[in-house]
Design a protein around this ligand. Structure first.
Ligand code: SF4
Length: 295
C-alpha cells in the first residue's frame, strides 16, 4: 500500500479480535497450536519452543528486525508477498501478478533474486519468507475460519504455483481468516533452519533450508525439508526426502538428495548461482542436523 501497488477500498484491523485462542500458544492437546495473532517476538522468546522446535526459533530470529518481530503476527507472516521489484513498482507496466496478462518484466530483466523452482513462463517471483519453509518442514497446517466454519490446510498447500494465474497466490477464498497454525505431533528437536544471504542481517534469503530429521544411528527414519529463497512458494523438497528416507546420511547421500531436488530447476540469466547455492545449503543443513546433540 505504501508503494501504491494496492489501493484497497476497505481495510479491516483484526488485532482487536477477542478470541483468546488466536492470541495463545497451546500445547495441551499433544500438538503445538499457535494462534495467528501471536507475534513473531512472543514465539521467539518462548524458551520451551526454542528447546523443542529449534527450527521455528531459528527461522524467526533470522527474519526481519526486532522492531518488525514485535509487531508482525504469525498468521500474517505466512502470507507475505513477493519482493519482486517489478511487482512493487507500478511504473513498470509488465507484471502478470499485478496486472494479469501484462507480461513479466523479470524474465529478461533483473532476476538475480528470483525463483528457480516452481516457476512458469508467466511469473518467476520468489516466495521470500523464512517462517513458512520451517512450517513446511514440520508438516504444519493452517486453521482457517470461513463463512461455512473451520477447515485446515497443509501449509505446503496454502500457496499456489504461479502457473497461468500468478495473481492468485493462495488457496484461501474471500472471507477466510487464518486463526491458527498447528504443528502436529510432539517436539522436533533435531531440526534447524539455515539461511544464506548477501548480508547477515535484515536481508532476504538467496537460499535457505529447513530440516526436521529423525535418525536411527546414521539411517534416516524420517525427514522433512522446506526450502526458501529458491522457489515461488514455500517449497517442500519431496524428491530430496524420498532419496534420503531409509538411506545412511552422509555427504554423498546428502549431495545426491540435493541433486534430485534441483534437477528440474529453471534458471534465468542472473540466478544461475542459486542451483549450486541451494544444493550446498541443503547439504550443509542436513549434515548439521545430523550433528546436533539431541537430548
Ligand atoms: Fe510480476 Fe511475477 Fe514477473 Fe515479478 S516475476 S514481474 S511478480 S509476473
Amino acid at each position: 500500500m505504501k508503494l501504491d501497488v494496492l489501493q484497497p477500498e476497505v481495510i479491516v484491523d483484526i488485532t482487536g479480535l477477542r478470541d483468546v485462542s488466536m492470541h495463545r500458544i497451546d500445547r495441551s492437546a499433544g500438538e503445538l497450536r499457535i494462534g495467528s495473532l501471536v507475534s513473531m517476538a512472543a514465539l521467539h522468546e518462548d524458551q520451551s519452543i526454542g528447546r523443542d522446535y529449534p527450527i521455528l526459533i531459528e527461522s524467526l530470529w533470522q527474519a526481519a528486525s526486532q522492531q518488525l518481530r514485535n509487531m508482525a503476527r504469525l498468521g500474517g507472516n505466512v502470507l507475505q508477498r513477493t519482493r519482486c521489484s517489478y511487482f512493487r513498482d507500478p511504473s513498470f507496466e509488465q507484471c502478470n501478478k499485478r496486472v494479469p496478462g501484462s507480461g513479466c518484466a523479470a524474465l529478461d530483466g533483473a532476476n538475480r533474486g528470483h525463483a528457480i523452482l516452481g516457476t512458469s513462463e508467466h511469473c518467476i517471483a520468489l516466495y521470500a519468507g523464512d517462517w513458512a519453509p520451517a512450517l513446511v518442514a514440520l508438516d504444519a497446517r493452517v486453521e482457517i475460519l470461513g463463512r461455512t466454519g473451520l477447515r485446515t490446510l497443509d501449509v505446503a498447500d496454502l500457496h499456489r504455483l504461479p502457473g497461468q494465474t500468478p495473481h492468485i497466490e493462495t488457496n484461501l477464498v474471500p472471507g477466510e481468516l487464518i486463526t491458527a497454525i498447528i504443528v502436529p505431533g510432539g517436539p522436533r528437536r533435531r531440526s534447524l533452519y539455515r539461511k544464506i544471504r548477501d548480508r547477515q542481517s535484515y536481508q532476504f534469503a538467496n537460499a535457505s533450508a529447513a530440516v526436521a530429521l529423525e535418525l536411527e544411528g546414521d539411517v534416516v527414519r524420517d525427514v522433512r525439508i522446506g526450502l526458501g529463497g529458491v522457489a515461488t512458494i514455500p517449497w517442500r523438497a519431496r524428491k530430496a526426502e524420498k532419496a534420503l528416507l531409509g538411506a545412511r546420511l552422509n555427504e554423498a547421500s546428502a549431495r545426491a538428495a540435493a541433486d534430485a531436488e534441483f534437477r528440474d530447476a529453471r534458471t534465468r540469466k542472473q540466478n544461475l548461482y542459486k542451483v549450486p547455492l541451494g544444493k550446498a545449503t541443503l547439504v550443509r543443513s542436513l549434515l548439521e542436523a545430523q550433528a546436533m546433540e539431541v537430548a
